[in-house]
Design a protein around this ligand. Structure first.
Ligand code: FAD
Length: 417
């Protein structure tokens, strides 16, 4: 049984060597049967478990994770949340998610360290300014907050940017989304885990789902490293592993896997109080609460399952960073890492039933699924509980690739994820 702690307990534990804490969620033995099994204990799997219990009162649920919670991409991302998308389908999805993030800390009673510090997406030429105006128009029509900034307005927000005339990527202006920002990635996973556990969902860690139990052409359960589990429905949220798992279930997904890398600098005093992104240089950065510069870039376009950083990408990303912020050249890097992301042909996620009956998929979030965790979880839970799409998830069904109804955000918003 987990409990709430008071400020006094926190103080006492600080004095007595932190010996009295209880675990935030249970480590139950795996049962031979559940109503629903979710594969993957990242943000999406955990949120799905929570909403199944909370919204649909389905509590006989297992979330099976082969490693530790959030040890996949949820704990490896750069924590940016935003909803600056182009198409109405994406706007509805990511606006729903951003809105849920705004109240998530209170809902889960867990500090997710939400910081709506604003996101600035730079334009480095007249042509990029025109693109920016088009995106701002689309965002505003879709009901998303967005402003088009000229150079002077950008300088007011971020005076330490490189405004010199001789800059390789001169600043012309940019798109501003004030409600965008960051949230602590581990806290989102842990908050959902604790809340799901309290509603009775079993979280089974260090348990690998090795095969699907398929009978009469239907998925009837999963074969795990801790034995077989039978169930009515299986939900799969295994970013980076979706193609492998689909192969085990006997079908192929329109997904290519890439390593996405990020790095952090040593901590310094506060100098950057928003998220800044330069599509031109392919680099984005924000400053963490600890003071580190959290730096990311585009995909390493060589498809790979190598979950580690490499020098060519680092060099490219850092040269973009220094182009934007010449004063950062004295910073030292502390760490570089990577996660494997699954990218679809239209750079939008897949939420829907798979070709194998009773097996449902939530995948293909590519480089941008952290921001989609609350909505992804809620919509996937709806699908698993009812067998039917929520209106917002329907356009993201796998069938869109057969129907040709793509939601091509890489083309629409210039965001390759
Ligand atoms: P994951 O968190 O990867 O969870 C999937 C889980 O499934 C893993 O824990 C894995 O161990 C488990 N699993 C796999 N196979 C099995 C199996 N057979 N049995 C049991 N368990 C299994 N998104 C943003 O919105 N903003 C960002 O700023 C951002 N930055 C990023 C930066 C980097 C470097 C990376 C790598 C990603 C970034 N993303 C970002 C993307 C985001 O992190 C992912 O889209 C999101 O975390 C996906 O969540 P998930 O729960 O689907 O997957």
């Amino acid at each position: 049984m987990t409990r709430n702690y008071s400020a006094l307990t926190l103080f006492k534990e600080g004095l007595n060597g932190q010996m009295g804490w209880q675990k935030a969620w249970r480590s139950p033995a795996i049962k031979p049967r559940y109503d629903i099994v979710i594969i993957g204990g990242g943000g999406h799997g955990l949120a799905t478990g929570y909403y199944l219990a909370k919204h649909h009162n389905i509590r006989n649920v297992a979330i099976i994770e082969k490693g530790w919670l959030g040890g996949g991409n949820t704990g490896r991302n750069t924590t940016v949340i935003r909803s600056n998308y182009f198409f109405p389908e994406s706007a509805a999805l990511y606006e729903m998610s951003l809105g849920m993030y705004e109240t998530l800390g209170r809902e889960l009673n867990y500090n997710i360290m939400l910081s709506q510090r604003g996101l600035l997406s730079l334009a480095h030429s007249e042509a990029e300014m025109e693109m920016s105006a088009r995106i701002v128009n689309a965002m505003q029509i879709n009901g998303t907050d967005a402003d088009l900034l000229d150079k002077a307005a950008v300088r007011e927000i971020l005076p330490i940017l490189n405004f010199s005339e001789g800059a390789r990527y001169p600043v012309f202006g940019g798109v501003w989304q004030g409600r965008a920002g960051t949230a602590r990635h581990d806290a989102v996973a842990w908050g959902y885990a604790r809340a799901a556990d309290r509603l009775g969902v079993d979280i089974i860690q260090t348990c690998d789902v090795e095969e699907f139990i398929i009978e009469d052409g239907r998925c009837r359960g999963v074969r795990t490293s801790r034995g077989d589990v039978r169930t009515d429905r299986v939900g799969m949220a295994v970013a980076g592993h979706s193609s492998h798992m689909a192969q085990r279930a006997g079908f192929r997904l329109p997904i290519t896997s890439y390593a996405l890398q990020a790095c952090v600098s040593e901590p310094v005093k506060p100098v950057l109080d928003n998220v800044v992104l330069s599509p031109g240089t392919g680099t984005y950065a924000s400053q963490s609460d600890k003071g580190e510069m959290v730096i990311g870039g585009g995909l390493d376009r060589v498809p790979s399952y190598g979950q580690r950083g490499n020098l060519p990408v680092l060099e490219h990303v850092i040269s973009g960073l220094l182009e934007m912020f010449p004063s950062f050249r004295q910073l030292r890097l502390m760490r570089q890492w990577a996660g494997i992301v699954d990218v679809t042909p239209d750079s939008s996620p897949i939420i829907g039933e798979s070709p194998l009956s009773n097996l449902f998929i939530d995948c293909g979030w590519g480089t941008g699924g952290f921001k989609g965790i609350p909505a992804g979880g809620l919509l996937f839970a709806h699908l698993l509980a009812t067998g039917k799409h929520h209106d917002i998830s329907r356009p993201f069904d796998l069938s869109r690739f057969a129907r040709g109804r793509l939601i091509d955000e890489a083309a629409g918003s210039g965001i390759a994820h």
